[in-house]
Design a protein around this ligand. Sequence first.
Ligand SMILES: [Zn+2]
Length: 560
Amino acid sequence: MPAEAVRPVNLPARVEIFDTTLRDGSQAEGFSLTARDKLRVAEQLDRLGVHYIEGGWPGANPKDGEFFARASAGELALGTAKLVAFGSTRKAGGRAETDPVMADLLQAGTDFVCLVAKSARWHVTETLQTTTTEALDMVADSVAFLRSHGRVVFVDAEHFFDGYLEDPLFPRDFLRVVEQSGATAVLCDTNGGALPHQAQRAVGEARKVVSGHLGVHFHNDSGCAVANSLVAVCEGADHVQGCVNGYGERTGNADLTAVIPDLSLKLGVETIGRENLALLAPVAHHIAEIVNLAPNPHQPFVGASAFAHKAGIHTSAIARAPGAYSHVDPEAVGNSARVVLSEMSGRSAVALKAQEMGLRLSDGEMADIVGRLKELENRGYHFEVADGSLELLMRKATGWKQSFFHLESHRVVTDLHRDGTFMTEARIKVLVGDERILEVAEGNGPVHALDAALRKALGPRHPELSRIHLTDYKVRVLDSALGTGAVTRVLIDSTDGERTWTTIGVSENIIEASWEALSDSIVFGLLHAGATEHVGEAGVGAAAGGGVAGTGAGTSGAGV
Ligand SMILES: [Zn+2]
């Protein structure tokens, strides 16, 4: 997309990025981070180059207290990011000097503090049940107290946008008090309902009141958090708060993985630096893994499908001009373009896919793949969504065969125990090079047990496996087009911490389909981790005569 000819008048040259994944973002459903997880997320955010990392609310819960204690004890070595502690102002009618929240904030030991305070008249009188004068004094006193202890202070103006619509006078007074007391105001759309034209007007008015830094913090309840953040910057806001991957309670916070590239690549505003932009997709995926939420493939900029083009009318245009159907260069944000192949794909699409993978295919091999795709998709495979298996299929057409391991047999047994719990045990016999290995592992289901057994078998030869994890497992029962009864399609998503891939298995037997997807996942992971293959180390006959290695007695622990 061509750069804008006319720059918005109030557009700043540089915007500070303030990440609140560890505080606001961790309000998301399904989030449960230990202090150690929080330290690892903070390391990734620092690697990405965000300017501020809000670590949590010290004193509000023990984990956040532990996080700040461990961070200040040297367990968190930040390169450029500044750590921020979050809390509220002193209580109504109280004193900052004796307020427990103020004490917790000092105890956290950060140079930067973010306070939340109500900036809407209705919230002051109705939910806080105090006067607007006292509400402003609470802000001024708290900021003065923290500054007297050497802290740099941000003030989150809670309900600013709703309050501004209701009565702009009090929010304006609020901003004046924040600035006069020496803090930076951050305008918050706490309920997340603001629309871009409302955000634009309110930020424009706020910009007239505030001469220094001005921040914004949008929730995504109306689906406009990113748009509102961009509009706010166009109106002169130069500090944007949000979360990596848009995490947050309800519908989430402004997604920084979209805000950052939109500001940098489209508005030409300096954020985390061009060279760091290429870390966006890897860091977004890494953090998704730490917080244990499957990455959204359709997420703008960083999703696995963000630059995927379905083979067809676009394919020949993309072959001629790679940027023809992309809004930005995918490499700029650490992502990559890919062609999605399906049974509808012709030779030109297969050729493009091969080129993307760095494979040289002969005409015969190309025809082979097109035919094989049609045949497999007819049996229920769906390679559009299984890039990992597709790559292996294409490699096989060139005569390549994986030699990390060869399955001799596997067996999966599920027991129902007297207390009503199920336990699954998998036994696997594989050949790894010239070694025949038998392993047994328990799991909370057949895939988990098979995965655990395979890892035990391969682990000693392939330490790279410890970085590879399965992140999602999906099963779908399909009516067979051939009328031979239903077949099961299994999709497994995996990651090595930065790259994600999907593999597929199809069979009338769910265990068989799962095994197919699982073994493809492990092979793909090992291949891309640069693991050594065991080509030619031993033939099947020689290995089959060897002794059985491994004790077969180990289990991975009950209930896992
Ligand atoms: Zn918030």
